[in-house]
Design a binder for this molecule. Structure first.
Ligand SMILES: Cc1ncc(COP(=O)(O)O)c(C=O)c1O
Length: 457
């Protein structure tokens, strides 16, 4: 059912489903009913199987093909598997809170409400075991990267070096480059079990060599999906302490650890970490709210906090939007936890499926199994070598059959591809079947003659 007759412009078409169990809808369902497919569907309360048509609904994911000269061949629907947002309806109470607030006709200047702060304090307590959080330590941030930029400007000068791990989230690279800072990368290394590990010796040496006093730590890590253990975070923080580094800990993915994993807040590993870390969180990744904009910092150390707040206030741009505040309040409720836990179950299923499929069907493609996030970071170097195909050609081949995946090289690993699995399971399966049949296991690996020519299998 992968070769479609219609709906190329639609992100997903119903015709990709053989069971006909899901339906396409232009709006999020007002109540999330039990899903109709998937092994755990009977206990599921929220809907992660409906295919939502995001066309014309302000969605980069379905409006952009992020690769030059790549086209979808006629007959294939578009499966968005790149930018890090989700193709699920958000938790319904979020919409309800926004609508309720929007029904009042005044939208003047405001201060964040007590409910906003208490919602964050409660969420951090029940989700991350944070006991000591107070209102004073919380500050609004216009995006996680906005906080990274403010902290960078507060504690470093142009030309200063900053330590990052590689692979690296491209948002960090862009923020550092835009601010004229020097990026020093410490490579994560795959151990004998295929698990990404920090190289503490390398971190320590590079920090000293480059006189670094500012580091960005991504936990869970994008794009590898590593969920760092307490021991690992302790070891990293010990190095930052020894070298007098201020640490921005980007924990935007903290709610999306897969089943069997637990997020450890960086600030919780020691008294020193508590005081040296600028932690950044957001409901945006967790609940698919990136378009609303809104994240927050937790900074316990008054000196760090005052410097970051002063810096971010200088532009007068760091102000909260009223609907974003109500979205957070709607999200961070006990029922929101249930929604997130069901989402984690769904993502775990998708990751397990993709992991098994890749290992058994795509020889030469390597993957370290993610422990969190919904991203896969594929190493295709062996496959490209074996088939005499460039990564560019491989990426275009995937896109030709509607799998809109992302060039992984800007994340600092050669011949890599990043893939987003936050889609209904049937669509993920469809994408992998297409990749098997037309891309990784296709019989003809020659370069496509024309990217716009209809694909004929
Ligand atoms: C690790 C990480 N940090 C930050 C962001 C972006 O956050 P924001 O949109 O709040 O700036 C992303 C988005 O994918 C991310 O993966």
């Amino acid at each position: 059912m992968d070769h479609l007759t219609a709906g190329q412009s639609a992100p997903f078409s119903n015709t990709i489903l053989s069971s006909g169990t899901a339906h396409s809808s232009g709006t999020a369902p007002s109540s999330n009913t039990a899903s109709s497919s998937g092994s755990r569907a009977s206990s599921a309360k929220y809907d992660f199987t409906t295919l939502i048509d995001r066309t014309g609904r302000d969605a980069l994911a379905v409006e952009v093909i992020p690769f030059e000269n790549a086209r979808i061949a006629e007959g294939f629907s578009r499966i968005p598997m790149w930018v890090a947002d989700m193709n699920y309806a958000t938790f319904p109470a979020i919409q309800e809170h926004i609508i309720e607030r929007a029904s009042h006709p005044a939208f003047g200047y405001f201060n964040p409400s007590e409910e906003y702060f208490q919602s964050i304090i409660r969420w951090q307590k029940v989700r991350n075991g944070v006991q000591e959080l107070t209102k004073e330590a919380i500050g609004y941030e216009n995006g996680v990267l906005g906080c990274v930029a403010s902290a960078l400007q507060a504690f470093t000068s142009p030309g200063d070096a900053v330590l990052l791990h590689s692979p690296t989230y491209i948002g960090f690279t862009g923020t550092l480059e835009n601010n004229g800072r020097k990026i020093v990368l410490s490579d994560l290394i795959l151990d004998e079990n295929g698990v990404w590990r920090m190289d503490y010796e390398d971190m320590d040496r590079k920090i000293r060599e480059h006189h670094i006093h500012f580091a960005i730590f991504c936990s869970p890590h994008n794009p590898t999906g590593r969920v760092w253990s307490r021991d690992e975070i302790e070891a990293a923080m010990e190095i930052y302490k020894r070298n007098d580094c201020i640490v921005v800990s980007d924990e935007i993915w903290s709610d999306l650890v897969l089943e069997d994993y637990r997020h450890i807040p960086t600030q919780s590993v020691s008294e020193d970490a508590h005081n040296r870390t600028i932690a950044v969180y957001a409901p945006s990744k967790t609940f698919n709210l990136a378009g609303l904009v809104g994240s927050y910092h937790i900074i316990y150390n008054p000196y760090l906090r005052d410097r970051v707040c002063r810096q971010s206030s200088l532009s007068h741009y760091n102000s909260m939007n009223i609907l974003s505040m109500h979205a957070l309040i709607g999200a961070y409720q006990p029922e929101g936890e249930q929604w997130v836990d069901q989402l984690r179950q769904v993502l775990t299923g998708n990751v397990n499926f993709a992991w098994d499929f890749i290992r058994t069907h795509f020889p030469g493609v390597r993957l370290s199994k993610p422990q969190g996030t919904y991203m896969l970071y594929l190493d295709c170097s062996e496959w490209c070598r074996a088939h005499g195909l460039s990564l560019d050609a491989l990426i275009r081949r995937g896109i030709r059959v509607g799998v809109i995946w992302q060039d992984g090289r800007p994340f600092n690993r050669p011949d890599s591809i990043r893939m987003n699995l936050a889609l209904p399971r049937q669509v993920v399966e469809e994408a992998f079947l297409r990749l098997e049949k037309y891309v990784f296991c296709a019989e003809d690996f020659s370069e496509p003659s024309g990217t716009e020519a209809p694909y004929s299998p």
